[in-house]
Write a protein that binds this ligand. Structure first.
Ligand SMILES: *Cc1c(COP(=O)(O)O)cnc(C)c1O
Length: 376
């Protein structure tokens, strides 16, 4: 499953945890609400192909990605369920989407007019995006909706199979804006239902919305972050509506261990100087792996204990202050459990003043992903 690698740094992705999280979500959702597994950005850095396969096996009915190329990679890997592309695809590339039997997102009149004149192997499947307050992509008014539906009715080479919207604050404690978006969605939906009689799939929710309001999710939910075992926000975590298992761990090994004397310094710029005689370990991970320089000072686990990163993080290496000598080859946990200690994705995100979503995404493809299929 995994290409051979020789370095002593790797990410472990626990596919059982992914399966567990999907099952937890399914138990919360009404039976008629099915799951679209969101695997954009290489499965949030976990590996799109492996996650998509596991998701389909665990009962996801469809897959979603951001880009046309991400969808094509999945088709080549043998994923045959419907695949929705969230992002804008150039009209000239729509025949390719039809060839691969992909579903595209649309929301512009000019786009539809350009696509209308093209010939496809089979009708191009489309989901219409409604911007109810996210301010990113989508039609915003009833007027635009009516115009697009009129145009669609005259485009026999397309097939409208879904409509959707996206919430900006589904993970927040204050739900005022969420309610406002729901209202706008309902208004557009009424107009839509008056004008369009063919059945379409409706989906409005991401992880946060589907964990908090599972009854409101229509035919599908778009499950991203929660499938990876991460909570969309502190608020959602604290509400304890679902139990999730983090799937991604990051490991390295000590490749050099030495004693330095008081007054000696470590790494570029000599930002760290030992106050006493200390043991220093080197691990082969650096900012080129996405273990960015801002992580200087963050702790990692060695022998089940927390040890700080000292000195500047280099492109390929990072130094740690150890409490004693450890043999070369000792396992270092940068994200995940070791003994009774754990460094969560949330802790790394908090240290970097960002959200957990960003952390696995920034661990670069130089770090091999190893897939674990059963619990140890
Ligand atoms: C990324 C994305 C999702 C998934 O969101 P999560 O918060 O990760 O569940 C759902 N819908 C759209 C349109 C997205 O871009």
């Amino acid at each position: 499953m995994q290409d051979t690698f020789y370095r002593n740094t790797w990410a472990e992705v626990n596919l059982e945890a992914i399966g567990y999280n999907i099952t937890q979500m399914k138990q919360k959702l009404p039976a008629e609400t099915r799951i679209i597994a969101v695997v954009k950005a290489d499965g949030y850095g976990h590996g799109a192909i492996e996650v998509a396969k596991k998701a389909v096996k665990t009962g996801a009915s469809a897959i979603a990605v951001a880009l046309l190329e991400e969808a094509i990679v999945l088709r080549h890997a043998g994923i045959s369920v419907p695949i929705l592309v969230f992002g804008w695809v150039s009209p000239q590339d729509t025949p390719l989407a039809a060839d691969y039997n992909l579903t595209l997102t649309f929301f512009q009149m000019e786009w539809l007019q350009e696509v209308k004149d093209r010939t496809f192997q089979r009708p191009l499947k489309l989901h219409m995006k409604w911007d109810t307050g996210m301010g990113r992509l989508g039609i915003r008014t009833e007027k635009e909706l009516k115009q697009l539906l009129d145009e669609l009715a005259e485009s026999p080479n397309t097939r409208l199979t879904g409509i959707y919207t996206h919430f900006a604050t589904a993970d927040a404690a204050d739900l005022t804006y969420y309610d406002e978006q729901q209202k706008r969605f309902q208004t557009l939906l009424q107009t839509f239902r008056k004008r369009w009689r063919h059945p379409v799939a409706i989906h409005i929710g991401n992880s946060a919305a589907s964990i908090r309001f599972p009854e409101d999710m229509f035919q599908f939910t778009r499950l991203g972050i929660a499938m990876y075992g991460l909570y969309p926000s502190k608020t959602v975590k604290q509400e304890r509506k679902i139990n999730l298992k983090q799937a991604f761990s990051l490991y390295s090994r000590l490749i050099h261990v030495k004693k330095i004397q008081a007054g000696e310094s470590i790494s570029y710029g000599t930002t760290y100087t030992a106050k006493e005689d200390e043991w220093i370990g080197t691990i082969p991970i650096g900012y080129a792996d996405g273990w960015i320089r801002k992580l200087q000072g963050m702790e990692v686990l060695v022998n089940g204990k927390r040890m700080p990163i000292v000195g500047r993080i280099c492109m390929d290496q990072t130094m740690l202050r150890l409490d004693k000598a450890y043999p070369v080859g000792s396992k270092v946990t940068l994200i995940g459990k070791q003994g009774n200690e754990e460094i969560t994705m949330d802790e790394v995100a908090a240290y970097l003043d960002t959200i957990n979503y960003e952390i696995p995404c920034i661990i670069t493809s130089r770090v091999p992903r190893v897939y674990k299929v059963s619990e140890s």
